[in-house]
Design a protein around this ligand. Structure first.
Ligand SMILES: Nc1nc2c(ncn2[C@@H]2O[C@H](COP(=O)(O)OP(=O)(O)OP(=O)(O)O)[C@@H](O)[C@H]2O)c(=O)[nH]1
Ligand SMILES: [Mg+2]
Length: 528
């Protein structure tokens, strides 16, 4: 088996939005946090590619080819060669299957994020999202709308998977976003969504419009055309759909062949898939996933990082869990809230990072007055970071979050201050005691030297007494005035090394005594 499948095999679809009883959805916060706050990706801008649409239409199946492409391109780093796999390899990844009953439920993210670099050198992370199909017999209209809305709000590329054609109904489902988008545009700059990719499966009229992106563009143009006599609502819908997305595209996929569609034993192997379908995949996937075509997620014109995404998920889940589908205004409020929260988190991080350098666990004691000054300086920087991030929801909302932020930073400072004091007490006892002990021992040397008349010992002892006393004096000066902090810290280190040297010596002698005792014991035993 190739290494390609072996590596993908270790991944799985994490159900991050889980359907619960009574048509509710809950967020698996723990799983999502573990995925999004991974140290190597949490600060990268995200590209989230979601596939949504009616159930049983090959969404998960398609995503598994995405996985193959991403694995080949971004994990194995092979630019040439065939990403699509070998003829008899079963298709694995997000769970897909034949049959008439629904498979995927809730929202899933692939457990392996793919790290990529855009053409401009920016490092991003790609997440794939599989979604619960709409219109199965168990879901309510609200379930469908929730899944579709959440995946559209969260993703930077929404692939709208349709069967055979683009119908009026399919466009109607975008109504919520056009309403939301309209509101969002009134209160913010830039378009709220990035890319909407219609994907028509089993296109059977290539003589009208050819397979692929060109035919798709022709079909889409027709469907989105506004003409006289059309109901004003339909006109509005069309107008706004084109306004709220940065880009709308369409791709016409050929039928994958009868084995794919009807054979219960079909395992996804390429040998059973029609050549046209495979050719189309080879065209479509680079259009979505090649570095130059990756679309990072933007909110309020700013790139969303993996760690921010967690905030958006949490806030959206709150508003989508009511008994009614939320109003566009409520969704907008949630977006603004998450947007402000992400600015707060960023400011907090600025504060924590800078203060860590000043008075973190490994740093020496800082004079209280100086610590306070540093706190004000760093806090200003953090507030500046908050202010300079573009936020949705206006000044009033931002002011509320800013006040919260200030309160939170003051609380953090209180903690840092008491940690700093704790260090002081430890040093108060530790360092002077070590030097005082050195002084006493050295003084004993002087006495002994005098007693036996060895002048070199007396001189060395005297020098050590004076040295130790000077160190204590300098240390006390440094600690009480906050001056010469580096010298003070060095003295702490010297005291630490003396202490650990003495402890090691004591430990070694205890050990050798214990060994000697054990040897003695062994010898005794032999004798008896
Ligand atoms: N006709 C047709 N069938 C396809 C296509 N792609 C995949 N299939 C088949 O469709 C069936 C369902 O595939 P899935 O990927 O599980 O479909 P899904 O949309 O994820 O279904 P749910 O998870 O239930 O929403 C499988 O038997 C696939 O072999 C396609 O382009 N056309
Ligand atoms: Mg599925």
């Amino acid at each position: 088996m190739s290494s390609k499948t072996e590596t993908l095999k270790s991944g799985w679809g994490i159900q991050v939005v889980v359907p619960g009883p009574e048509h509710t959805f809950t967020l698996d916060e723990e799983a999502l946090t573990a995925l999004l706050l991974r140290e190597d990706i949490k600060d990268r801008a995200v590209v989230i590619i979601s596939v949504a649409g009616a159930f049983r239409k090959g969404k998960s199946f398609l995503l598994d080819f995405f996985l193959r492409y991403l694995q080949h391109k971004y994990v194995l780093g092979e630019s040439g060669g065939e990403w699509i796999g070998v003829e008899d390899e079963p298709l694995e990844g997000f769970k897909w299957r034949g049959g008439s009953e629904r498979e995927t439920t809730g929202l899933l993210l692939w457990s392996q994020p793919f790290k990529a670099t855009l053409a401009n050198g920016e490092k991003v992370v790609i997440f794939l999202m599989d979604t619960q199909g709409t219109f199965d017999s168990q879901s309510t209209v609200r379930d469908n709308a929730t899944v579709f809305a959440l995946s559209t709000l969260i993703s930077s590329v929404q692939i709208y998977n349709l069967s055979q054609n683009i119908e009026e109904d399919d466009l109607q489902h975008l109504q919520l976003f056009t309403d939301y988008g309209q509101l969002a545009q009134e209160s913010s700059s830039g378009r709220p969504f990035q890319r909407l990719q219609f994907l028509v499966r089993d296109w059977s009229f290539p003589y009208d419009h050819p397979y692929g992106a060109l035919g798709g563009q022709q079909l889409l143009k027709k469907r989105l055309q506004i003409h006289e006599g059309q109901h004003p609502e339909l006109q509005n819908l069309r107008e706004y759909v084109t306004r709220i997305f940065d880009e709308i595209a369409c791709f016409l996929m050929p039928h994958p062949g009868l084995k794919v569609a009807t054979n219960p034993d079909f395992n996804g192997k390429l040998a059973d898939i029609s050549p046209e379908f495979k050719d189309s995949l080879k065209q479509l996937l680079p259009m979505l996933l090649a570095p130059e075509n990756l679309v990072p997620k933007l909110i309020e014109g700013q790139k969303v990082k993996a760690k921010d995404l967690l905030l958006y998920f949490k806030t959206y889940m709150k508003v989508f869990n009511g008994t009614e589908l939320p109003e566009p205004r409520t969704i907008l409020a949630a977006t603004s809230e998450a947007n402000n929260l992400s600015a707060v988190a960023e400011a907090r991080e600025v504060y924590e990072t800078l203060m860590e350098e000043i008075c973190g666990g490994t740093r020496p004691y800082v004079q209280p007055r100086q610590l306070e000054e540093e706190h004000h300086r760093v806090m200003n920087k953090a507030i500046h970071a908050f202010d300079s991030k573009k936020k949705m929801g206006g000044k009033e909302l931002a002011d509320g979050y800013k006040a919260e932020l200030e309160k939170e930073l003051e609380e953090l400072f209180e903690q840092l201050r008491s940690h700093n004091e704790a260090k002081n007490i430890y040093r108060m006892i530790g360092t002077p005691v070590v030097f005082a002990t050195v002084a006493v021992l050295a003084y004993m040397l002087v006495v002994l030297g005098n007693m036996f008349g060895v002048q070199t010992v007396v001189a060395a002892g005297q020098a050590a007494v004076v040295g130790a006393l000077v160190m204590i004096a300098v240390w006390i000066y440094s600690r009480t005035t906050g001056q010469m902090r580096d010298v003070g810290a060095q003295l702490d280190e010297i005291a630490d090394s003396i202490r650990s040297y003495i402890l090691n010596q004591a430990f070694d002698s205890m050990r050798s005594r214990a060994t000697a005792a054990a040897v003695g014991y062994g010898a005794d035993k032999k004798r008896t």
